[in-house]
Design a protein around this ligand. Structure first.
Ligand SMILES: Cc1ncc(COP(=O)(O)O)c(C=O)c1O
Length: 376
């Protein structure tokens, strides 16, 4: 069976894990954590980077940093992972879902303004598949209405908008290093803080509501409970694993890009014939080859293709179910239909994409898809 995803080990993980374990400090915020954070800040221009145990945690931290309170409204796409919404819902917020664009699963920036009310506190754009939302438009609206922008950059390491790294543009951003992402640490994530007003407090919320980070730097002579918070920082073991991945980031990215381009070139003919859609990148965005997906013409066709691929040993998978129709949120949603979101929920299909996918395996997958459509 060719899996949908296979976590890639660069070879150095065990070495750094050993170093972390025998360094005598395996709790959080040690040397590996600091090396990873500095690398991300220096490479991508993030105002401040803090590793977390997941992107979900980074989003929860963001919601706490923004002081989201019951009744506050948060605008986000419905075509996203549960965590994007749940991080704000647990603070009591109401989620106002915006539809996706007709030519991209990203939220439609032109729909945001009409959803803003006196209660709106933040916008959470999700860069689906690591392809940027139109951040100039979003930041302009946020500025106009004094809203906070939290980029859900779970898929978006090493991807750019008009030359700026994703995660460096919003006031805050959240990344994932879950084993399905481009670089991984099993579970893992990062919050980036680009607005100075959140920097000091971010370290406190990260460290259970204490000023322990300041204490470690020798800036205060004792530490104590100063705010709300939780245990958001990962152990050094996770950071050590991530460091091995970071060292190989360019290698990983080059291979993923090759695989992405091969799918794109090989499947273009079928897309031109109308068998399915492959989207072009917007001019303002780069592609970090997080995933490769096609949009089928119907749910039935997607099911047939998934089954055909599975019968031939290939695992291709759909993605998010519309959050506004989920059993948890459907009754809370304001009833607006979100047709583009529903189309992606029903028709989007992701093909196997991982560093070790061989050329032979990829040719096999592409041939299967060609056979499926040519036999019709
Ligand atoms: C858009 C989006 N946001 C957040 C998350 C949560 O990431 P994590 O598993 O690191 O908590 C995911 C998970 O894949 C995601 O796709």
């Amino acid at each position: 069976m060719i899996p949908f995803n296979k976590p890639y080990l660069t070879g150095k993980e065990a070495h750094y894990l050993y170093q972390a374990v025998y360094s005598g400090k395996i709790s959080g915020n040690g040397l590996f954590t600091q090396k990873c954070q500095k690398y991300f800040e220096d490479t991508y221009g993030f105002g401040k980077a803090l590793l977390t145990t997941s992107c979900t945690d980074a989003l929860e931290m963001a919601a706490m940093l923004c002081d989201i309170k019951p009744g506050d409204e948060i605008i986000m796409p419905s075509f996203t992972f549960v965590s994007t919404a749940v991080a704000f819902v647990r603070q009591g917020a109401k989620i106002v879902f915006a539809d996706s664009k007709s030519n991209s699963p990203n939220l439609d920036e032109n729909l945001i303004e009409e959803l803003i009310t006196e209660k709106t506190k933040a916008i959470v754009p999700v860069h689906y598949g690591g392809v940027a939302c139109d951040m100039d438009k979003i930041m302009f609206i946020a500025d106009k209405y004094n809203l906070i922008v939290i980029e859900d950059a779970a898929h978006s390491i090493h991807s750019f908008y008009k030359g700026k790294a994703l995660g460096s543009i919003g006031h805050l951003a959240a990344f994932s290093f879950h084993e399905t992402k481009n670089i991984i640490s099993g579970e893992g994530g990062m919050i980036t803080i680009n607005d100075n007003r959140f920097k000091k407090r971010s370290e406190i919320i990260w460290e259970k509501g204490t000023n322990r980070a300041e204490f470690f730097r020798g800036e205060v002579d004792k530490y104590g409970w100063v705010d709300v918070g939780s245990s958001f920082l990962p152990s050094e073991i996770i950071a050590a694993f991530l460091w091995a991945q970071i060292e190989n980031l360019n290698l990983i990215q080059n291979r993923r890009q090759q695989i992405w381009n091969q799918y794109n070139v090989s499947l273009k003919k079928l897309a031109d014939k109308g068998c399915f859609t492959i989207f072009d990148l917007p001019q303002y965005a780069t592609n970090n080859a997080h995933n490769f997906y096609i949009i089928l013409n119907s749910l039935e066709e997607r099911e047939k293709l998934i089954n055909y691929l599975k019968d031939n040993g290939v695992l291709a998978v759909f993605h998010y179910q519309s959050l506004h129709e989920s059993s948890f949120y459907a009754a809370r949603h304001d009833g607006r239909p979100l047709p583009n979101c529903n189309r992606y929920s029903a028709c989007l299909l992701r093909l196997p994409m991982y560093y070790e996918l061989s050329e032979k395996e990829q040719d096999y997958i592409i041939n299967l898809i060609q056979n499926f459509f040519n036999a019709k």
